[in-house]
Design a protein around this ligand. Structure first.
Ligand code: ADP
Ligand code: MG
Length: 692
């Protein structure tokens, strides 16, 4: 067996010393394999000599001709100008830096061959600092055989160097060292070339290669690599899932008693979608291996009730349930919901957040440790080591896309004595585009609540420049006169919470002056929890007409009579966040409005984003659009970005590969050795995935 290319450090290549190694490492190139996977950004065509007469500005090409005139110009910048001619036309070469010998070389009468970009100069077409060499006019100097690769590089590392290095790496490749790991039987019917052919092709494409496809990343050779990378990624998540599954979990069998009581005290029947998803969860919880289920549902689709039903089943099955939310406000809201639902049924609910200190905290910790608390609601404070559960059987993570895979794993480790793992129910705040579900969450089963509770009316969204603030005020006044309530959301770039709160304070004051007949309240993240709660309570009780708020109300606020929302500077927020915010209205039966009051000028993307908000209230469509406009890293949140960085693949461009990736990954279970090697090839041995 040939030595794995991943085991050969680049420093073993000829001519690679310490300094060059360091530069290559900067590019993420540590091994010969890395070098082979370091693919060109684009290509130059140096395979043909182009007649000067046919050149256009912007062309990048090889020309050959005789020097007619070479002179130093003393214009604004001293430069060497050299006029060359080939019988079809003439062109100027311009050098700002040149040596005496260069000048000597480029004298009238000699023939040279140049490569460079053509642009329009003072006296017709010119090339600035072209690559050039002298040739004899009648001699047949061969041009390049292949398209010339242009690699991503770093300072002080020239293309020529990278080309020479990849040349060496390609020799290793020829010795068959980059093994095909996808079994032959699974490659049947593929349109892709083999792995080594694809790699060799991309480093040195033939003259007739389709440059357009290559630039778009749609060439079969590129698709081959993207496929394999996505496959490796998918396999790593399946491995993670398998490891979890092997652990075993407590079988949580519902007795239906609490379940029935809970449902009968709810003021509404479950929707069909809630029933279906709850049934899926119910079945999972009864298994002897951990549930790994993602529940997606649009804002307001009623995910909390589904979570509560799962928690109840854990309690009925004699285990604790932990419910985790990403912010204190949301955790608080869940705590209020869960305790008001469950305590009447005799189920003790504990509460834990970072801000809880001293004796109160200790009390809660004791309740959790002793097992007196059957359900525990909190923020990521639940991860802390001092938190010990008596018999944790279920973890519900709300608003998953703010937590990373690693945090999810940490909570899993809280499971009883390490042998049994708790079941995991992951709820997303907003829908996740399908391509991301298929890639970033491939380790999870997925349920979708695709129905909103009845009686909701879609929110009308209008996009207005803030120069029309007066009209907006009037609209607010009218709504309040009609006994409706209004949110006024102040946004600022999130880095500074202090500034955001300040802006909200200023706005609240201004609105109080301009709308003296209204009762106006203010909430922001820097207020004491008790103050916040009190204002929210008053707004809920309709003792306030208008609530000025920062984006803290994004999640967890539920006031059905509030039917108008003004969002200032919506162009600063992501689509998912806007959708969340807007989900605060449209909860009652009256017609609701959302006014996106932007500050001109809008960027093109900004305009497009606001247009999406105006056109649809469908969270799934908004999520797709968000992905298209901002990319997976942003959509999943920064903590996940590491997970979603691909070398070759682009989730959007290559989304059509995903279903095949999924199918092949499923079948690769029969080739565990090759699966492991694939993951190692693309994600490395040290990746967290493999080690959990
Ligand atoms: P989300 O999915 O955004 O977390 P919530 O669980 O907060 O949604 O539910 C939104 C609102 O809808 C809450 O006021 C909740 O009480 C209500 N709700 C949930 N399920 C139903 C239902 N089946 N019928 C009517 N209202 C419901
Ligand atoms: Mg929710």
């Amino acid at each position: 067996m040939t030595q794995s290319l991943a085991a050969i450090p680049v420093s073993e290549l000829k001519g690679v010393g310490a300094a060059l190694t360091a530069k290559l490492n900067n590019l993420g190139i540590l091994t010969v394999q890395d070098l082979l996977f370091h693919l060109p950004l684009r290509y130059q065509d140096r395979t043909r000599i182009i007649p000067i007469g046919s050149l256009r500005p912007g062309d990048e090409c090889v020309i050959q001709g005789e020097v007619k005139l070479a002179d130093i110009s003393k214009g604004r910048r001293r430069s060497l100008l050299c006029r060359i001619q080939d019988g079809t036309g003439s062109l100027t070469l311009r050098f700002f830096h040149f040596s005496a010998s260069q000048k000597n070389n480029l004298r009238a009468g000699v023939s040279i061959r140049c490569f460079g970009e053509v642009r329009t100069g003072a006296n017709g077409l010119e090339m600035v600092h072209p690559d050039y060499k002298r040739v004899e006019s009648d001699e047949l100097v061969p041009v390049e055989e292949f398209l010339t690769p242009v690699y991503p590089t770093t300072e002080g590392l020239h293309q020529g160097r990278l080309r020479a290095l990849t040349e060496q790496a390609l020799i290793h490749l020829k010795s068959g060292a980059l093994q095909e790991l996808v079994p032959q039987s699974l490659r049947e019917g593929w349109q892709f070339p083999s792995l080594d052919t694809a790699v060799a092709y991309l480093h040195r494409p033939p003259v007739d290669a389709d440059q357009h496809l290559l630039l778009e990343g749609l060439h079969p050779a590129q698709r081959r690599l993207a496929f394999e990378e996505l496959l490796a990624h998918h396999l790593s998540l399946l491995k993670l899932r398998q490891k979890t599954r092997q652990k075993g979990a407590p079988q949580l069998i519902g007795t239906a008693e609490l379940h029935q009581q809970f449902l009968s005290q709810l003021p509404f029947p479950l929707t069909g979608a809630q029933q279906r998803v709850s049934a899926e969860v119910k079945q999972d919880l009864a298994q002897a291996y951990p549930m790994l289920r993602l529940v997606q549902g649009d804002v307001g689709s009623g995910k909390t009730v589904v979570a509560a039903l799962a928690a109840i089943q854990a309690v009925e099955g004699n285990h604790q349930a932990a419910v985790m939310a990403p912010t204190e406000i949301l955790a608080e809201q869940h705590y209020l919901n869960f305790s008001s639902w469950l305590e009447p049924l005799g189920v003790k609910v504990a509460w834990l957040a970072g801000k809880l200190k001293g004796k109160q905290r200790q009390e809660q910790l004791d309740l959790i440790r002793s097992g007196d608390a059957r359900v525990v609601v909190g923020t990521h404070a639940l991860f802390q080591e001092e938190v010990v559960f008596a018999d944790l059987g279920l973890v519900v993570v709300d608003e998953q896309h703010r937590f990373g895979v690693h945090q999810r794993l940490a909570l899993r480790e809280k499971g009883r004595n390490g042998e049994l793992a708790p079941h995991q129910l992951i709820m997303t705040a907003t829908p996740i585009p399908r391509t991301l579900t298929m890639s970033a969450y491939a380790d999870l089963d997925c349920s979708i609540i695709d129905e909103l509770p009845p009686g909701r009316t879609p929110v009308h969204t209008v996009v207005i420049a803030d120069t029309r603030r007066d009209e907006v005020m009037q609209r607010v006044r009218n709504a309040c006169t009609d006994k409706r309530q209004v949110y006024w959301v102040c946004t600022l770039i999130e880095e500074s919470e202090a500034l955001q709160c300040q802006a909200a304070e200023v706005t609240a004051q201004e609105l109080t002056e301009l709308l003296p007949e209204l009762r106006i309240g203010l909430v922001h993240g820097r207020m004491k929890p008790a103050e916040k709660a009190e204002i929210m309570q008053r707004f809920k009780a309709a003792e306030l007409d208008l609530l000025v708020a920062t984006t803290v109300i994004e999640v967890g606020v539920d006031v059905p009579n509030a039917s108008v929302m003004i969002i200032e500077n919506p162009e600063r927020l992501g689509l998912a966040q806007l959708h969340q915010l807007r989900g605060r209205v449209g909860r009652g039966s009256v017609e609701s409005f959302c006014v996106l009051m932007y500050h001109a000028p809008l960027s093109n993307q900004g305009r497009e984003r606001l247009a999406v908000m105006r056109e649809t209230t469908d969270g799934f469509r908004i999520a797709e659009k968000d992905l298209e406009l901002r990319g997976p890293g942003e959509v999943l949140g920064t903590r996940q970005t590491g997970v979603m960085q691909f070398k070759m693949a682009d989730l959007q461009r290559d989304s059509d590969l995903l279903s095949r990736v999924k199918a092949v990954a499923g079948q690769m279970q029969d080739w565990p050795g090759d699966s492991d090697s694939l993951v190692e090839r693309w994600l490395g041995r040290g990746e967290d995935y493999g080690n959990v």
